[in-house]
Structures are given as C-alpha cells and as structure tokens.
Design a protein around this ligand. Structure first.
Ligand code: MG
Length: 306
C-alpha cells in the first residue's frame, strides 16, 4: 500500500511546484474495484470520503480510521459529482433521476433541482456551493447518452448549461448557456470568479477541452466576462479544485495537472489511470484524494486545500 506504484510520480515544470509536493510523498492506491470513480467529497467530522462509482450505480465510502471501503448508497441513481453545503450536508448530482439532491441529517433525500423552465434537466454532473449558500451545477448530457451511466433519453433542454439555485427561494437560473459540455465547477478563493471545465471534445475532437474563468458580477449571482484559463494537454479536464493559494488541481487523462493563478501549468501528479475528479481531505486538508477510473488514489502534498 505504501510502496511506489508503477506509473505514478511527480513532474515539476516550474520551481514553484516544488513546495507543493513533499520529498517523501508517494501516490497510494487506497482501493480498486470500481468502473468509473467520480465525485470525491471529504467529511472532516466523520473522517471519511465519499465517492461515486457511476456505472455500478453506487456511492462508496472510504474510512480514514481503518482504511476500509464500503458501499454507502446503492442504488445511487448513478450519482456523479458531490459536495457539501454550508451546513455540512451532502449535495449530489444524479444521472438517472436527472437531479441535484441534498441528503438531510436524518438521511432523507431532498430534490434541489430537477427541471428548468418546466423541462427536465439533462444529467447534472458536478456541483459547488458558494458562501452565500447558493448551489451551482453543470448539466451536460453524459447521463442520457446511453444506458451505461444512467438511462438513454432525448434532452429536453436546448443545450448544456450551468445553473444556479438560490439558497433562499430555491429559484433556478441558467447562468451560462454557451458551453458544449460543462463539467467540473469551482469558485476561486475570494469567489470573484467561477471556473468551469468544458469537455465538449469527448464526442467531437474539435470541441473544447479547457477550463474557463467566468467573472462574477457585483451582484454575486450572475456571470460576466469569460476567458479560457487553460487548455488541456492530456485528454480532458473533468473535475478540479483550488488549494488555499488559488492554484487549480485538475483531473486529466494522465493524472493531475496543477496550474498557477495565471493559468500556466507548474506541475503534474502522474496516475496510471484516467482521473475524473479529486478533492482535498484529511485532518489538515493536505491530502489529495483522486478518483482514477477503477481506483481511489491519495497523496500527501506540501500545500493545503480548503
Ligand atoms: Mg465530471
């Protein structure tokens, strides 16, 4: 478990990445046995990590106290991205039910969003909660393209959009409607901008494979200027997250790519499987948990998440 795993390692492309890794840090494979891992989310109070295994229609739970992995929820409605809200409750994107849900303290599941303008959503993919409690999520069609990661269906929406759910009224608005396949989603530290990956190249090689930066307007609810933050040099960017110093750690086909605030690639963590998502966890939030196709990986870093 603690030995060097073939195909893992670090690539330092800029000296500033040196402080991001530790001298003895090694990538560990914590568990394997999934078909497509996604949606990592860390529960600090319970010292466990939840993640999705989409094609197997289940959510898994890795326990930090003994390293065990168990099925947390099955069936999971082909859950994908997960996050926590401000009260520490689980927020989940579900492909099969084409909705975003909240798991309440008693275990009941509440639907937060399943339609927009009286039409069903496509298949919510990834989700983030802003400091005002609003819930922002992406809605590409991956869960309705076939029966593998959900159920095949015709889209009802006129595109694949990014949505915001107001914390007070529950009102759903489309905040970005010019994506091909919006996917990973996160705010930078001061929430001055929303970052969203576009995996449009998954079904059209000429399609986008980048992360976009969308400035938040002063109202904190709508988006303004959009620029391309970074293009992916290894497959596609799926899920990603920020560290405390606003670097982006993103999934790619060859592992994790780390970007400085200005969008230049400063280093890589090589993983022997395609990575779909990742999050910081552990008591000090200095451990990166990585969903890599069939396996869950982790590595201690020299920097912390939040
Ligand atoms: Mg995703």
């Amino acid at each position: 478990m603690y030995g060097e795993i073939e195909g893992t390692g670090f690539e330092i492309l800029d000296p500033q990445f040196t402080k991001c890794v530790t001298g003895h840090g090694r990538v560990e494979r914590l568990w394997t046995g999934a078909r497509w891992t996604e949606g990592t989310v860390w529960f600090a109070a319970g010292r466990y990590l939840l993640f999705s295994d989409i094609p197997n229609n289940r959510m898994m739970r890795w326990d930090e106290t003994d390293g065990s992995v168990s099925q947390f929820r099955t069936p999971s409605n082909y859950s994908n991205g997960n996050t926590l809200d401000l009260q520490g409750r689980l927020i989940t994107c579900e492909h099969l039910s084409r909705r975003v849900t909240r798991t309440e303290y008693d275990g009941c599941i509440t639907t937060i969003a399943d339609s927009y303008q009286n039409k069903r959503l496509n298949s919510p993919n990834d989700v983030v909660v802003k400091s005002d409690g609003s819930i922002w999520f992406t809605d590409p069609t991956y869960g309705i393209l076939s029966d593998y990661e959900g159920r095949s269906a015709e889209p009802e929406q006129n595109g694949c959009h990014v949505y915001r759910v107001a914390s007070d009224t529950g009102e759903i608005t489309a905040v970005a409607t010019d994506f091909v396949k919006p996917n990973g989603i996160a705010f930078n530290r001061d929430e001055s901008a929303l970052f969203v990956s576009d995996t449009g190249a998954s079904h059209n090689h000429k399609g986008p494979k980048h992360i976009r930066r969308l400035e938040l307007n002063p109202d904190g609810r709508t988006l303004g200027q959009s620029t391309i933050f970074a293009d992916c040099s290894a497959g596609l960017f799926d899920g990603f997250c920020f560290d405390l110093e606003d670097r982006i750690w993103s999934s790619t086909a060859e592992g994790v790519h780390c970007f400085a605030q200005d969008g230049h690639l400063i280093g890589k963590i090589l993983i022997p499987e395609m990575v779909a998502n990742l999050c910081f966890g552990g008591a000090a939030l200095n451990r990166l948990f990585i969903a890599g196709t069939t396996s869950l990986y982790a590595v201690y870093l020299g920097v912390n998440g939040h």
